[in-house]
Design a protein around this ligand. Structure first.
Ligand code: AMP
Length: 140
């Protein structure tokens, strides 16, 4: 399957639609998921195009996983979480909805289940949670 330059995350990377940015480096960009399944749910994407893990280069995967690990530490610190769940889906039948490679990072607490998908977060809450993660990153 070909990469679609007009997918939502490509538009976020070009600044055509807004995102709550948490972190970036030369190869990756991180922002809040607008329909979080846990407080602090964020997404890590490569700055260069690929649909998912199946067509990603070794360099894209390495860069994304390095940033995913960083964000795992950051969200655990920001929310006092005991662990972190990482999710990554490939193609529609694999559960993927946006066709630009991304890793979900979800801070987890004992006894707290993930929320059901598809519920838009209040933007003030999203920003407050982003502030906590940015503060945690700044102290790392
Ligand atoms: P999936 O492709 O199944 O891994 O899911 C795509 C994820 O992107 C979902 O968790 C959505 O909530 C999230 N999402 C979709 N549009 C946006 C957006 N504009 N900004 C931030 N997150 C988004």
């Amino acid at each position: 399957m070909a990469y679609d330059n007009d997918n939502i995350f490509a538009k976020i990377l070009r600044g055509e639609i807004p995102s709550e940015k948490l972190y970036e480096d030369d190869e990756t960009y991180v922002f809040m998921d607008i329909m979080p399944r846990a407080e602090g749910h964020c997404l890590i994407i490569p700055k260069t195009p690929c649909r998912n893990m199946l067509d990603a280069s070794d360099d894209q995967l390495t860069a994304c996983l390095r940033t995913t690990r960083l964000m795992g530490h950051a969200v655990m610190k920001a929310f006092g979480a005991g662990g972190v769940t990482v999710q990554q889906f490939n193609e529609g039948v694999g559960g993927q909805e946006v066709f630009h490679l991304h890793y979900h990072v979800l801070p987890r607490h004992e006894g707290v289940s993930l929320r059901p998908p598809g519920k838009m977060e209040d933007m003030a809450v999203l920003k407050a949670n982003a502030d906590k993660i940015r503060a945690a990153l700044a102290g790392m």
